[in-house]
Design a protein around this ligand. Structure first.
Ligand code: ATP
Length: 450
């Protein structure tokens, strides 16, 4: 396997080589489509903040891994880099040139330099074109003279290990194995002479036996061609092997970034720790918890207040962004372990599951109930039974009023990605930066529907 070059890592985990890509405060929103009936009854279209204020710098020749669960915004960030989705705001500079807002006609020539390798090599290739034809076509689109194309195709195929090229050039994708197809896709990308490859899960659909070989090839290409990579993956083990730095994404934000060694040897964010614990251990005799924390990745269209990870975080505390809707999660958890009759009687106390709570400020909300004292009793007994649940650090008090149970909550504070002293990592977590010292962010107190 190729060895990693020495990397100079500076503050915020940024490499001190000159930057090929500089992303600043990037936002990508998608409009949610609602049906006519929902609009009629006042449902708003809503938006998904797929990328929510990302800052990231890729040094020339650097490999940066973007890791996170499904839906965290990794692909959208990668696609935004290539101009395949349009950012809502923010800046992407490639070699000092601003890409955001460039018309397609000016973006197209740059695409030669910014290439993408997708997860599914089969879907990336035109089944009716030979391997050579597909690569040649990409070269034609980018204006390469016909006479130069065959030679460039052959060189690219041999460079990715499909050698001799004459054996592969006239084959159709269906005649290649999965690994060979991904090599052909990489050949098409490098034939154009790119500087950056956005590799979006490039090995996840391949057999285990060929994954390491493809990663090895990508490392060789990085060394020989000076390529820079944004490597998008769920798979921390491959990121550890391949990347100089790793950024952990959660619901559109980078929550931790640092050198690969720092992320793996000294993870800080509870989400990074959870992801690392979930990596399967090759030694079956060691029983390491594999589960991610409770709950699922929340709906990006209604992201939690404060730190988006707080509902799942075992170390969350008062300022992390507790909301009345977090009480629903606590109740649902309780109802999985009580007898059916108790579930029936308790769940009836919450008036309307679709409108569980109405916040009237960031720190006060009503959980609706037709019998508030009884609901208060259930919530109080839950608090007494599990006083250590992080949620209770953010609940000042619960009182019954005519509409339901009123909840007074701690002020939510959105954490910010900040450098960790004496390390090359940055983390966005109140465990590492005093929330009282963070500059106020407007979205720290934005109300979301409960
Ligand atoms: N074209 C689109 N229209 C609407 N929403 C979208 C669109 N593309 C992505 N999203 C939403 O944006 C969020 C981020 O999606 P994205 O695919 O970037 O995440 P990801 O981390 O790459 O996930 P995966 O690993 O499953 O590919 C998700 O909530 C997704 O549903």
């Amino acid at each position: 396997m190729p060895t990693k070059p020495d990397v100079l890592v500076g503050e915020r985990g940024d490499e001190k080589t000159d930057a090929l890509i500089e992303i600043e405060d990037l936002h990508v929103q998608f409009a949610l489509r609602t049906n006519a009936f929902s609009r009629l009854i006042g449902g708003s279209a809503g938006t998904v903040n797929a990328v929510d204020g990302v800052n990231l710098r890729l040094g020339r020749g650097e490999v940066v891994g973007l890791v996170g669960e499904s839906g965290s915004g990794k692909s959208t960030l990668g696609r935004a880099l290539l101009g395949l989705v349009h950012p809502t705001s923010g800046s992407i500079r490639y070699d000092g040139r601003e890409l955001v807002g460039l018309p397609e006609s000016r973006l197209r020539p740059l695409r030669r330099r910014l290439q993408m390798v997708f997860q599914d090599p089969h879907a990336s290739m035109n089944p009716s074109m030979t391997v050579g034809g597909g690569i040649s076509d990409a070269l034609r689109i980018h204006g390469l003279h016909p006479e130069d194309r065959r030679e460039a195709v052959g060189a690219a195929l041999e460079r990715v290990g499909l050698a001799p090229a004459s054996r592969f050039i006239d084959k159709y994708p269906s005649e290649l194995s999965g690994g060979q197809k991904q090599r052909a896709v990489i050949a098409r990308a490098i034939a154009l002479g790119p500087e950056l490859l956005v590799a979006d899960e490039p090995i996840s659909m391949l057999d285990m036996s060929v994954r390491a070989k493809i990663l090895g090839l990508m490392s060789e290409l990085r060394r020989d061609l000076g390529l820079t990579y944004l490597y998008i993956t769920h798979d921390l083990a491959s990121a550890r092997f391949f990347c100089d730095r790793v950024a952990i994404m959660y619901l559109g934000k980078i929550v931790e970034i640092g050198s690969t060694a720092e992320i793996f040897d000294n993870p800080r964010h509870p989400y990074t720790k959870a992801l690392l614990r979930a990596v399967p251990d090759p030694d079956p005799s060691r029983s390491v918890p594999r589960e991610l924390p409770r709950g699922e990745i929340p709906d990006a269209a209604a992201a939690p207040l404060g730190c988006a990870f707080h509902p799942r975080c075992p170390q969350a505390f008062a300022p992390c962004g507790w909301e009345a809707r977090d009480l629903r999660m606590i109740l649902e958890q309780r109802w999985t372990s009580v007898p059916a009759e108790q579930y029936e009687s308790e769940s009836r106390l919450v008036r309307d599951g679709t409108r569980f709570a109405s916040p009237d400020s960031a720190t006060s909300a009503v959980v609706h109930s037709s019998t508030p004292p009884e609901l208060l009793e259930v919530l109080t007994s839950e608090r007494t039974a599990h006083p250590d649940d992080p949620l209770w650090t953010g609940v000042h008090d619960l009182t019954a009023d005519s509409a339901g149970v009123r909840v007074r909550l701690a002020e939510p504070v959105a954490p910010q990605l900040r450098p960790v002293p004496d390390s090359d990592a940055s983390v966005s977590c109140h465990l590492f930066h005093d929330p009282a010292e963070l500059p106020a962010e407007p979205d720290a107190v934005v109300l979301k529907k409960g």
